[in-house]
Ligand binder design. Structure first.
Ligand code: CDT
Length: 304
């Protein structure tokens, strides 16, 4: 049977003054817990190494100096990569990437259990704005600090539990868009992993707070089912220097059902057995793309 144990390592707040070393130590601690629970792969959040800095207005150069990684692993993140390889765990990690050419991206990597990088993703759906909104309680400046990702939605082979798993990834706001998952499902993705930082308050309109969790879950559950995929999503949550973000990290089966869900807004590991044959059932029958899709009627999706 093709299966493996997936863990999601939700993170509580990372405050502005927290050092990279202290954050990496928290990640290593959760790797060990995941290993103790039999996991072979661990999903960490978006921008896992720092506070969710797009909430603050500053010069791009200052943001890049304080919050971005120029190499991965770097000296400060090496303990995480070493620990994962020693434990034989693969992982997904979101981080702010500054390329050698100086281009900033909101990025993620999938690392195989042997420590090699299976693939990189650069966030495509960047929410928020690029102008300063002094009247807002906080900013959402992803359009100021990051360029739109240039790598597409790739799918990578990751050896886990004796199986080669077809794994895709995305970041936060991408999870709300059906195209994200469909493009990966068309490349035979079986599992999609992602991290998120979702502020509980919407600065653009007076959205009831509970909807932030409802729309998060509905996006993951519907897209898991409609693409015959497992989805594993890791929050960074709780109150970062007074700015609250939702938790509810989950592992969702291709049935659309939640099989594990975090209950806290702190560092918390959840885990589930991922039976890949469950997705095969959906992709062979109701969502057999080759038999039932009608792309000739979907042209508007790429034209507009
Ligand atoms: N990090 C991220 O993409 N957060 C967004 C907030 C949307 S409101 C500007 C999200 O979709 O959760």
């Amino acid at each position: 049977k093709r299966s493996f144990v997936m863990a999601v390592a939700q993170m509580g707040a990372v405050n502005l003054d927290d050092s990279r070393a202290s954050v990496v130590a928290r990640l290593v601690e959760m790797l060990k817990e995941a290993k103790g629970r039999g996991a072979q792969f661990v999903v960490f959040p978006e921008l896992a190494l720092t506070t969710f800095f797009p909430r603050y207005w500053m010069e791009e150069a200052e943001a890049q100096a304080r919050f971005f990684e120029q190499t991965l692993p770097s000296a400060q993140t090496l303990p995480l990569f070493d620990a994962a390889r020693d434990l034989g765990l693969g992982f997904y990690l979101g981080y702010a990437e500054l390329t050698p050419e100086g281009t900033p991206y909101n990025s993620a990597v999938i690392v195989r259990p042997d420590g090699s990088i299976a693939g990189k993703y650069r966030k495509i759906h960047l929410p928020g704005h690029s102008d300063h909104k002094p009247a807002a309680p906080f900013q959402h400046l992803e359009k100021k600090y990051f360029e739109v990702g240039d790598l597409g939605f790739g799918v990578h082979d990751v050896p886990l539990g004796g199986a080669q798993v077809r794994m895709g990834m995305c970041l936060c706001n991408d999870r709300r868009w059906p195209e994200t998952y469909r493009v990966m499902a068309l490349q035979s993705a079986e599992v999609v992993v992602l991290g998120y930082n979702t502020p509980s308050l919407n600065i653009h309109w007076n959205e009831p707070v509970h909807l932030r969790t409802t729309t998060h879950l509905i996006s993951l559950q519907a897209n898991a089912y409609q693409n015959g995929l497992w989805v594993a999503a890791a929050a960074k949550c709780g109150s970062e220097d007074g700015h609250h973000m939702i938790g509810s990290s989950v592992i969702v089966a291709p049935t659309g059902e939640i099989v594990a869900r975090a209950v806290s807004e702190d560092d918390e590991v959840i885990a589930a057995n991922v039976d890949l044959s469950l997705g095969e059932m959906f992709r062979e029958h109701v969502f057999n793309f080759a038999k039932h899709r009608r792309p000739e009627h979907y042209k508007l999706i790429t034209e507009r």
